[in-house]
Design a binder for this molecule. Structure first.
Ligand code: B1M
Length: 216
């Protein structure tokens, strides 16, 4: 049999759910929930991305892997550390228009929620109008946009231009994340066009650090 860590990674790659909870419980005996996500499960998703990108894995199997990933995160979530702090500020979080990828966004939600932020998670395929309505309604301190498609990087730019046009850019610092973005694109190109603050988060923890820096 494979060592536990390797077995968990294979479960993500193979989309194999049977026995997942048992393996996760066993892993929890020696490791923290977040470490299991970061060091093991995300490694598995990375392999899935590589296999899919090189044509060695078909879409339905990617979907199965994503389902197992979601189940794993849901099982681990109650074991994640939480601060007692509360009400540190509000972020409206969304995957942008045309993009269905939400595993990363939902991890960001968990990390920020566990660390005292109020997260309004709008879900996937959100047009800019919906994001701005929610930001207004919830008096958001920050807007967070996620997107994994190359197309989404263009949509994020259009969204920032919409905030400029409405004259509300100064009210909303924006955090952007997702695999198709680069730090340079956000911190140089988008920084140049946006009339408010725009920052790049490589992962959920950088998202948390940015929230602390922008609001704290
Ligand atoms: Co899709 N997909 N997918 N996919 N998928 C990618 C993104 C792709 C790179 C795969 C590949 O070709 N190698 C590729 C994009 C290529 C491109 O645009 N150039 C791709 C494609 C092509 C597609 C479809 C078009 C395929 C098709 O239909 N022919 C289609 C798109 C549909 C659409 O959006 N309109 C599609 C569909 C799907 C599934 C539905 C099967 C599934 C998504 C399921 C779901 O999310 N519910 C899926 C998956 C799983 C992937 C890969 C394999 C894995 C993504 C993932 O969940 N990673 C992905 C490969 C890859 O990313 N390299 C791929 C784990 C996740 C935790 O990481 O989301 O990057 P990530 O989040 C990280 C950071 O980026 C950051 O923190 C997270 C954790 O540290 N972060 C933030 C993310 N958002 C943040 C926001 C923040 C802060 C940090 O603040 C606001």
């Amino acid at each position: 049999a494979l060592p536990l860590d390797e077995r968990l990674k294979r479960r993500i790659i193979d989309g194999e759910r049977n026995g997942l909870e048992d393996d996760l419980d066993q892993a929890l005996e020696t490791r923290k929930a977040l470490a299991i996500v970061n060091d093991t499960l995300l490694d598995g998703m990375k392999v899935v991305g590589e296999l899919f990108g090189s044509g060695q894995m078909q879409l339905p199997f990617v979907l199965q892997s994503a389902e197992v990933m979601k189940n794993a995160v849901a099982h681990l979530e109650p074991h994640m550390e939480k601060t007692d702090e509360d009400g540190k500020g509000t972020i409206v979080l969304a995957t942008v228009r045309g993009d269905v990828h939400d595993i990363g966004k939902n991890l960001v939600d968990i990390i920020l929620s566990n660390n005292g932020y109020n997260v309004v998670n709008l879900g996937i395929k959100q047009p800019v109008s919906a994001i701005l309505d929610a930001a207004d309604q919830h008096r958001a301190d920050v807007i967070g946009m996620s997107g994994l498609l190359v197309k989404s990087t263009v949509i994020m730019k259009e969204n920032l231009e919409e905030l400029n046009q409405r004259g509300i850019a100064a009210d909303y610092p924006v955090i952007l994340g997702g695999a198709a973005l680069t730090r340079a694109y956000v911190e140089q190109d988008l920084h140049e066009i946006y009339q408010g603050e725009v920052r790049y988060a490589r992962d959920a923890f950088e998202g948390l650090r940015l929230m602390d820096a922008l609001i704290g």
